[in-house]
Design a protein around this ligand. Structure first.
Ligand code: ZN
Length: 330
């Protein structure tokens, strides 16, 4: 290119000749520099490839390295080499025959090793993310028949053949043995936050539930309610025998050491607030929330917590739904 211009300039007087000479000298110098650069680049290619192989083996171990490079990285490498090769390799077409990995190394010069690491690392992250996603998906596959998701309410009484093992919370208080660990953990964490939780009503036998229900019924009947009205009112406050979660040992009425009443104001206590904000982390849900009375058939009970497992509890808590709604969505 320069020599052509130089030829033309040389025909245009003394000044032209002088400029032509300068151009030719510049061209010679540039050509020499390019030669040296080519040589240096080849040395860099070989060094970088060796380093990349060592780094790659370090990252993956033998099998992982081969897989990582051949599957994921190659695509990225090809993409990189097209872009980078085009700009930096310029007219050196013969070098495009060099393997893709090497082309990237040439293109990126001194950063090449880091880039290679980045490509490998990205592939590694992809694999990790994929595995994590699969695990999460697997974990989040709920089944209505899971022991911790059993729906018990007026429409869904406890099955006759339902059985489970009881574990001791303390003294004569019992619950399903499978929830003892998360329950204890929850109580410990509350304590660390300065909240002393107290279980006031754990697992109940059928006879106890019947007694509680009958007592409520009598109260309404004595106050002049018809049997149907008394039943309606009683069942909104005390769960119908055979349909209480207390009977399956998965629900607990929890209060604090400084507030013993089971009323709505419990929500304003430290214990009420702590439970509402944290119970789901241990697999427990506020079973009868405010505003959901139509769905649960039970009045708002800020003290009644039901174990459903951490994954389900998280969803129920975040979506602000009831167990009924959660089960229906499965
Ligand atoms: Zn309860």
């Amino acid at each position: 290119m320069a020599s052509k211009i130089a030829k033309k300039l040389a025909t245009k007087g003394k000044v032209g000749m002088a400029v032509a000479k300068v151009l030719i000298v510049i061209e010679i110098i540039v050509n020499k520099i390019v030669k040296y650069i080519k040589k240096a680049l080849w040395i860099l290619i070989i060094l970088a490839v060796f380093l990349a192989v060592f780094v790659g083996v370090g990252f993956y171990g033998k099998a992982g390295f081969i897989k990582g490079i051949s599957d994921e990285s190659d695509k990225a490498v090809v993409a990189n080499s097209e872009a980078a090769g085009g700009t930096l390799m310029g007219q050196e077409n013969e070098e495009n025959t060099v393997a893709n990995d090497e082309t990237v190394v040439v293109a990126d010069g001194t950063d090449s090793i880091q880039d290679e690491e980045a490509i490998i690392a990205t592939a590694d992250v992809d694999v990790a993310t994929q595995t994590e996603a699969e695990v999460t998906k697997e974990e989040l596959e709920f089944n209505k028949s899971d022991w911790n998701l059993i729906l018990v309410n007026k429409q869904h009484p406890i099955p006759d053949d339902y059985s489970f093992e009881l574990g001791i919370i303390s003294g004569s208080m019992e619950c399903d043995v499978r929830i003892l660990e998360p329950l204890n953990e929850m109580f410990e964490m509350a304590k660390e936050d300065g909240v002393q939780l107290v279980v006031c009503s754990p697992y109940r036998e059928m006879s106890r539930q019947e007694y509680l229900f009958d007592r409520k019924m009598k109260g309404y009947l004595n106050n002049g309610y018809s049997y149907i009205d008394a039943y309606k009112e009683s069942s909104a406050v005390v769960t119908v025998p055979g349909a209480s979660e207390h009977q399956i040992g998965l629900s607990l009425d929890i209060i604090s050491d400084n507030y013993y009443k089971l009323d709505e104001s419990f929500e304003l206590t430290d214990a009420g607030k702590w439970l509402k904000a944290n119970a789901y982390k241990y697999g427990f849900i506020l079973r009868y929330p405010k505003g959901k009375e139509e769905i649960t058939g039970i009045i708002y009970e800020p003290w009644h917590y039901r174990y459903v497992g951490v994954d389900a509890a998280k969803i129920i808590h975040e979506k602000n739904i009831t167990l009924e709604e959660f089960i229906e969505g499965l």
